[in-house]
Design a protein around this ligand. Structure first.
Ligand code: GLY
Length: 438
């Protein structure tokens, strides 16, 4: 079957690879030519992913029977609606359903009216003085969020990016003046984790849990990025997430899909739940309407079921199974020096793919063009896959010296020390549990 993949990052390289492994004939449209996807694809169109007309033109030219949407920006523009109106079923939510990610005020109000578990106290403000009075009255630390897509930036938390509620009010005022609205939520203390599921609108099938490292520098320091790496465990859980916590997080996503269906906006595609594990259980931090990047790179290489079959199940409303190999994974992203604030661009890097393979790792290309010139965002991901975390981390680490250039990465992603730190943090937050093996 001819399948069009929209998007050209590391996440999409992993999706494209899984589609081809699952029997698809792959075509790609993205704004730059991803060297990994270029090799896998039968046809490649260069266009901005948000230029829906151009994507449709390519879809028709390539004669595809199905599309798979990688990033969120084209979902916000209604790419799935347009492709479907033109007879091309697509994996990804409609514009309305994608609001779970693209409109944070919608997502919170939706959770509230449907009593979805894992809710938070929140308010949306358009008026500066009302916002200021509410924050004063609330008294506890808050999180300030722009309503729309922020590309991972823009969310600010008291105690982290904001010193106190005074700074929170000033930032919220700035957002009201800029966007007309702002979302303010209670801060939840804990450790974050990701649960991704496939959804056909009625049924969901879960993927292994993943933990992302969003900070740019080692020791969880520095600016927030799209994610400098991530790990997953062979049992599909995480060391600090118990089976009971996992079931609760899954219940949040199940209830979400059920309520979306009841509200007449069925959710089809990948639903990504970013959870904060508090001492009282998982709280939903935000929904994403697509695979995570790098989280897709952890789970897709483990997928035993054909991704093409899953994609067909999603669009037909007939999702049956999604089985994963029981292995641990560690993804490390190499990003241009200076990323995310002032990244090096336009210089070439050297990649010895054979040596990476001999090290036992896999490699995924992202923001880098066909002649290996850096484009300014995360450039290349390496993945170690093994029976346990230590071995997976060692494999990923062994691959890194075979990629040379003006790049940096986080040595601590997936190391035992950094995982222990998260377990300790959870205990400090008051959670009593026995850590799972990984
Ligand atoms: N890694 C976070 C995200 O994909 O949004």
């Amino acid at each position: 079957m001819r399948v069009l993949l929209v998007g050209g990052g590391g996440r999409e390289h992993a999706i494209g690879e899984a589609l081809v492994r699952g029997g698809a004939e792959l075509y790609v449209v993205s704004k730059h030519k991803n060297p990994g996807l270029a090799r896998l694809a039968k046809g490649y169109g260069l266009a901005k992913e948000t230029d829906i007309e151009k994507v449709l033109e390519y879809a028709e030219k390539f004669g595809v029977e199905l599309a798979f949407i990688g990033p969120e920006a084209p979902l916000e523009r209604g790419i799935v609606d347009v492709l479907e109106e033109n007879g091309i079923p697509a994996v990804g939510p409609s514009r309305e359903a994608a609001k779970l990610e693209t409109d944070k005020a919608f997502a919170r109000a939706f959770m509230e009216r449907n009593e979805i578990p894992g809710r938070k106290v929140f308010r949306v403000f358009t008026d500066v003085s009302e916002m200021r009075s509410w924050v004063d009255e609330f008294g506890r630390p808050v999180v300030v969020k722009p309503i729309g897509l922020t590309g991972g930036k823009g969310v600010k938390v008291v105690g982290y990016q904001l010193r106190d509620n005074e700074e929170a009010k000033a930032y919220a005022e700035e957002l009201i003046r800029r966007d007309g609205r702002v979302l303010i939520e209670e801060r939840t203390d804990g450790v974050e984790f990701t649960l991704q599921v496939f959804s056909d609108g009625k049924r969901i099938l879960p993927m292994p849990l993943v933990q992302d490292y969003p900070h740019a520098y080692e020791g969880d320091e520095g600016p927030i990025t799209g994610g400098m790496g991530s790990y997953s465990c062979s049992n599909g859980l995480l060391p600090f997430v118990t089976r009971e916590d996992y079931e609760k997080a899954l219940e949040t996503l199940k209830a979400t899909v059920e309520a979306m269906r009841k509200e007449g906006t069925p959710y089809k595609g990948i639903l990504y739940g970013q959870f904060m594990l508090s001492k009282d259980g998982p709280v939903l931090i935000e929904y994403n309407a697509r695979f995570g990047d790098p989280e897709a790179i952890n789970v897709l290489p483990l997928l035993r079921t054909s991704l093409l079959e899953i994609a067909e199940g999603i669009v037909d409303g007939n999702l049956r199974k999604a089985e994963f190999e029981g292995k641990a994974t560690v993804v490390k992203y190499l990003a241009p020096k200076g990323y995310p604030t002032n990244p090096v661009k336009g210089v070439k890097v050297e990649v010895n793919e054979k040596a990476v393979e001999e090290a036992g790792a896999r490699l995924y290309y992202a923001s880098i063009d066909e002649n290996l010139t850096l484009l300014g965002s995360r450039a290349i991901a390496v993945v170690g896959i093994a029976d346990n975390l230590e071995e997976a981390e060692r494999i990923a680490q062994r691959a890194i010296p075979h990629i040379k250039g003006e790049l940096f990465y986080r040595r601590d992603v997936g190391t035992r020390e950094s995982v222990e730190k998260r377990i300790e943090l959870m205990k400090e937050f008051g959670k009593e549990f026995e850590p799972n093996p990984c």
